[in-house]
Design a binder for this molecule. Structure first.
Ligand code: BGC
Length: 746
């Protein structure tokens, strides 16, 4: 009890401050100018119900061998002003023709949105997002999205279903390929960089587009890692680990938000009033529009929460959904529902307004053909500068997992390289999944990338050895013969591009097919072997890891995959990427992630056989490769960790010496632990990082400044604040190898 009046006033002020900083109730000003506001007000007064509902409906376009096509009926609806947006339609002429239908045929001439999944590039395809996150380079991520936006808008697109900011701790879930890994703090920074890259500073510019954060919410936490499965977690976990990246997108002004397929605690997101109205709009102040995921309204029937599609449309609109993605439920049922007074016209108007506002923000009312510029289409796609950035990003995303005896980089004296493996010359797989308008024909494979570098002085040979995912060993002999002719072997192994992504969950995430057998056979030659991995998720690679090989994780690098990887293989670039998702030893450890809790019976490394502690009988607790892990061609030595607490500021310094034989970049990582909290806290939480170039022989002092805000966490009342007390500060090269120091913050 606070008896003292002074204390009471101070406490009230503090509470108000917390409320103001944590829950901003004030909707942000969107930047709709007076003229546009008036235009939208007038439109809303003039529009028929059908025209309004049209704005709330997203139709799809398709592709045939002859080019883009659209359903005749949908085309008719556009002409009647009953289609608000189209997805998967791109290229200038096509978009122009469809937009022209809306502008010249329809009564009110309302321009359409053209949406597309620009997930890791549009034509120039960058590494898959999970690979991008391993760069720990926010600038290059933003720059890549800038390029993606430039290319997409040069082909008529003005809205993208990106970024995907779902945090996931389960590598069985195939969509981890599209995200930024397991860490919430890093996920927030990357989410911001992506939205900035897409939307730029001026949405009206012809090379920026509207972003759409997805999938709201917690789509990355399906039970058992199976796509579309149920999500159920404590509210605290939801607030602390899964919601923040969506919130970061809102805070930075993302224009739209996509609902997720899953339910959370019994209510599917697509009809979740708490999620869409109370949290997203009222608490976070989101003022863009909410679109569903593909037929997510119709799926409310299968979820068992709606009786039929009509009921689903009612639930969804009333919960705060503004646009139905291809499900036609709004189109088919809102008129009846309105007549029956099961939905209100004010709610329909509100939804229409939010979509018209997005169109105004993009400048579509001033110029509906703003994104239909043929010169841009010819000149701003796959330019040398864009390809160069893609190549750089590939080399920055390659994580060196293992490098015994300095197998990598490839020594200059090597005369013949044998590339063996199903992914050594596979153009189609380099794009991974969700590759927008990327063209596999334009991809550089590993074989091509290596040949581009070696020129005449090194012989480069190739054999496939086996397929990615079957039991055929008939290619092993040829592979062995080829290996015999070489003095250095590169094994190109992994998953096919389609083995991760949507609807691509795996219960067994090891190297598929007979690839482990192939590797074991080739290693018997005794020649130096470097394994290049291509995959869309952390894999279980225990068998591979037992071999005396170097392992370079390259994800799916996109258009410039082969060139970027070759830059690393030949030592032009020293690898500096760090894992953003833990590599488990086996599937039974999943979920295994770095920021877990200590438990009441923690496992102690010094007492490995203790029985009644939290551990497995048949496997260590720690993963094969932890979060933040990645080697370099050089080595770094950490020393002299110092901390200084000055009221709300915590200064941390550490010395990092390049103790190896070449220059290299290092991602210096800062973690904290709140030793005693009013609720239990994770054993480590990432709170900062710096990517620094340290020259051979050089020592750098790296300084971090964090504040008490960085110590804050959600409490059972869902308020976020920090608690004074003892903390441990960790700084190191990954989440497991760190120096540490205790501090007291009062
Ligand atoms: C995916 C979304 C995507 C949408 C449109 C859905 O199946 O879940 O991520 O944006 O399709 O292509």
């Amino acid at each position: 009890m606070l008896r003292n009046g002074k204390f009471r006033i101070a406490a009230i002020l503090l509470l108000l401050l917390i409320k103001a900083t944590v829950h901003s109730q004030v909707p942000k000003n969107k930047g709709i100018n007076h003229r546009d506001k008036e235009k939208i007000d007038n439109l809303l007064k003039t529009m028929t119900l059908d025209e309004k509902i049209g704005q709330l409906s997203l139709f799809r376009s398709g592709w045939d061998v002859t080019g883009p096509i659209i359903n005749v009926n949908d085309k008719k609806l556009i002409g009647e002003g009953k289609a608000g947006a189209i997805l998967n339609a791109y290229t200038v002429d096509y978009v122009h023709d469809l937009q022209q239908l809306a502008i010249e045929k329809s009564r009110l001439k309302i321009p359409m949105l053209f949406g597309y999944d620009v997930i890791h590039g549009h034509r120039t395809i960058f590494p898959i997002p999970l690979g991008q996150s391993c760069t720990w380079d926010l600038k290059i991520i933003e720059d890549a999205e800038r390029i993606a936006a430039t290319e997409a808008t040069a082909e008529g697109i003005n809205w993208t279903f990106s970024p995907m900011v779902d945090i996931s701790r389960d590598p069985r879930w195939g969509r981890v390929a599209e995200g930024a890994g397991e860490d919430t703090w890093l996920g927030c920074k990357i989410a911001e960089a992506r939205v900035k890259g897409f939307q730029g500073n001026d949405l009206k510019a012809n090379n920026t587009l509207l972003a759409c954060a997805k999938h709201f919410a917690a789509y990355g936490a399906p039970q058992a890692g199976r796509d579309y499965n149920t999500v159920d977690m404590s509210q605290l976990s939801l607030y602390e680990w899964f919601l923040p990246p969506y919130k970061s997108c809102v805070d930075i002004g993302v224009g739209s938000m996509m609902t997720s397929f899953n339910e959370i605690a019994g209510i599917p997101s697509t009809c979740n009033t708490w999620l869409l109205e109370d949290l997203l709009r009222k608490e976070w102040g989101f003022n863009g529009f909410v679109v569903t995921d593909w037929t997510a309204i119709n799926e409310l029937v299968s979820h068992g929460i709606a009786e039929d599609n009509k009921d689903a449309a009612r639930l969804s609109l009333n919960a705060g959904v503004d646009m139905d993605m291809v499900g036609n439920t709004f189109l088919d049922y809102l008129p009846e529902l309105l007549k029956e007074k099961k939905v209100a016209l004010t709610r329909i108007d509100e939804a229409v307004r939010s979509i018209l506002e997005a169109k105004a923000l993009l400048g579509l009312f001033d110029d509906p053909y703003r994104y239909c510029n043929k010169t841009r289409q010819e000149q701003e796609i796959m330019t040398p500068g864009q390809l160069a950035l893609a190549r750089k990003m590939v080399s920055e995303s390659c994580v060196l997992l293992k490098n015994p005896d300095h197998i990598l980089p490839i020594p200059g004296k090597v005369k013949t390289i044998a590339i063996i493996g199903p992914l050594g010359d596979s153009k189609t797989d380099m794009l991974g999944n969700w590759y927008a308008a990327g063209q596999w024909e334009k991809c550089i494979t590993l074989l091509e990338g290596i040949k581009n570098r070696t020129g005449e002085h090194m012989k480069v040979l190739y054999e496939k050895g086996c397929n990615t995912n079957d039991s055929d060993r008939s290619g092993f002999d040829a592979a062995l013969k080829l290996a015999a002719r070489a003095d250095y072997i590169i094994l190109a192994l992994g998953e096919n591009g389609w083995m991760s992504g949507e609807a691509a969950s795996r219960s067994n995430i090891d190297l598929p097919g007979v690839q482990n057998d192939l590797a074991e056979t080739i290693v018997k030659t005794g020649k130096p072997v470097a394994v290049i991995l291509f995959n869309g998720r952390p894999l279980v690679i225990a068998r591979l890891n037992n071999l005396p090989v170097a392992i370079l994780e390259t994800w799916f690098g996109g258009t410039q995959a082969g060139n970027g990887i070759a830059d690393v293989l030949f030592g032009e670039v020293s690898p500096a990427a760090k894992l953003t998702m833990t590599f488990p030893r086996n599937e039974g450890q999943i979920p295994v992630f770095y920021n877990g809790k200590n438990t009441g019976r923690p496992f102690n490394l010094n007492d490995r056989d203790a029985k009644y502690v939290s551990r497995y009988l048949d496997c260590p607790n720690d993963p094969l490769f932890p979060f933040g892990y990645g080697l370099s061609y050089t080595s770094f030595a950490y020393s002299n960790l110092e901390t200084n607490v000055d009221t709300r500021n915590i200064a941390v310094t550490v010395q990092v010496a390049n103790s190896g034989n070449c220059d290299g970049e290092e991602v210096v990582q800062l973690y904290i632990r709140d030793n005693v909290g009013s609720i239990t806290r994770p054993v480590k939480e990432l709170k900062g990082f710096q990517k620094v170039l340290i020259k051979k022989g050089e020592t750098k002092t790296i300084a971090f400044n964090i504040t008490t805000d960085d110590l804050a966490f959600y409490h059972p009342d869902l308020k976020k604040y920090w608690e004074p007390g003892e903390f441990t500060v960790y700084v190191g090269t990954n989440s497991a190898e760190t120096l540490s120091k205790s501090i007291t913050v009062k």
